[in-house]
Design a protein around this ligand. Structure first.
Ligand code: FES
Length: 119
């Protein structure tokens, strides 16, 4: 005896693209006061201009619990923390890390990555 289950139909749409990277960018109070919105806007624009919107998912998020060191960002899948990001950092962040896979040393969050970084 077979149950009356709904039939699954084959998908006609292409599968959703899976981003290669996610950038969680804090836009909460402390980071916003330090320029997070400018960074967010510049990053969104740079990703669009370089045709990376599908490969890199920018996600403005609430507080990442590292207030005072911002603007903060956390990039996955490599779990790279950034601190003190500025709008002028965006071109290198996109080119070197988000496209090239090499984190931007100058803005790495020291608390997460040792002496090399900020914060
Ligand atoms: S407000 Fe950005 S880490 Fe808390």
């Amino acid at each position: 005896m077979t149950a009356d289950l709904p039939r699954l139909t084959p998908q006609k749409e292409p599968p959703l693209p899976l981003p290669e990277r996610h950038v969680l960018l804090c836009t909460s109070d402390s980071c916003r006061k330090r320029g997070a919105r400018k960074v967010c806007k510049a990053l969104r624009k740079a990703l669009a201009e370089r045709g990376l919107k599908r490969r890199v998912q920018l996600v403005p998020v609430d507080c990442l619990k590292q207030c005072g060191h911002g603007p903060m960002a956390l990039v996955y899948p490599d779990a790279t923390w950034y601190a003190g990001l500025e709008r002028d950092d965006v071109p290198r962040l996109v080119e070197e890390h988000l496209e090239g896979g090499k984190p931007l040393e100058a803005r790495l969050y020291r608390r997460a990555h040792g002496k090399r970084g900020e914060g």
